[in-house]
Design a protein around this ligand. Structure first.
Ligand code: SF4
Ligand code: SF4
Length: 296
């Protein structure tokens, strides 16, 4: 349970949960597609009056949508057809109808951007470091993994292991990769180049080197890696489905399946505290909320 003070400090994040951008983004898409607008900017130039949709009032719709222009840009593909850049399937694994595919891709973009901000607003007041430390004594796992892009590894002052053996393995292999004669997770925190890409491994009792021992904050907060920006309410509008990737006219098209869900990780104190508000956010976005335990 969060304290009264922590709940009070969470108000800006809660206000964002109560007023999601996605319903407005969808309304803007319909106005753009049915109106005489060449580019989305032309629509925003006239969208200055308050609007209401799905029971939410948006006082300054153009200003609110402006940071989401890149996320909304795929709407322009309907007016300016372009070759496909991805494959989107419905939950029945049939190719999705064009508008549904477009809506799901844009929704994923909008939710990703908005939830990054909401998660930051809700995480700060918790004073929690669960995402930045290895398993504690009472937890079942031997290590936690933080996936990284290759260009993010330089952010961490840690030993690196990337050779033929690590490149042939994954952290979940049985038996585990041996490093210095012991399972990799029995060594100190380190960076590994696996078959599926880079990750930081935080063994039991360890912590990310960027976690400030004094303040409990992240020393590289503005530059933190992508994965650290996304805890612990996730857009799950689309699910990557590599088995359905395809070559099309000489190009590689990644495949996705529509899930239409918001996933929230139960381990996180603000997810536990604000379950109703997160479920309300999902419902306003027309999505199903799912709550899941991650770290046993
Ligand atoms: S980089 Fe920052 S946010 Fe990410 S795990 Fe380390 S301390 Fe936490
Ligand atoms: S578990 Fe939640 S509150 Fe704790 S560090 Fe992660 S996102 Fe923040």
């Amino acid at each position: 349970m969060l304290t009264i003070r922590q709940i009070a400090l969470s108000r800006p994040g809660l206000a964002r949960l109560a007023n999601p951008v996605l319903p407005l983004a969808r309304l803007a898409g319909m106005l753009y597609l049915t109106g005489p607008f060449r580019a989305l900017e032309d629509l925003l130039a006239v969208l200055n009056e308050p609007v209401e949709t799905t029971g939410i009032s948006y006082d300054r719709p153009a200003a609110l949508l402006h940071p989401y222009l890149d996320a909304l840009r795929p709407f322009e593909r309907i007016k300016n057809p372009q070759p496909p850049s991805r494959l989107i399937f419905g939950a029945n694994l049939e190719p999705a109808e064009q508008f549904i595919a477009l809506d799901s891709w844009i929704s994923q973009n909008v939710l990703t951007r908005e939830l990054e901000e909401i998660n930051s607003l809700l995480c700060g007041p918790c004073g929690c470091t669960l995402c930045c430390t290895g398993p504690s004594a009472g937890q079942a796992q031997e290590f936690f993994e933080i996936p990284l892009a290759e260009n993010e590894t330089a952010l961490f002052d840690l030993p690196e292991f990337a050779d033929e053996k690590t490149r042939a393995a994954t952290p979940d292999d049985e038996p585990s990769l041996l490093v210095n004669g012991a399972p990799f997770y029995a060594n100190q925190a380190a960076l590994y180049g696996w078959r599926n890409g880079w990750s930081m491994i935080l063994p039991r009792g360890s912590r990310c080197p960027n976690l400030d021992g004094g303040t409990g904050g992240c020393r590289i907060y503005p530059d933190r890696p992508e994965v650290c920006r996304r805890p612990q309410i996730f857009p799950y509008m689309l699910d990557r489905e590599p088995a359905r990737d395809m070559e099309y006219q000489g190009r590689f098209l990644p495949a996705f399946v529509i899930r239409a869900k918001i996933l929230a990780i139960w381990d996180c104190p603000y997810v536990k505290q604000f379950q109703d508000e997160i479920a309300g956010y999902a419902q306003l976005c027309g999505l199903e909320p799912i709550f899941k335990q991650n770290k046993a």
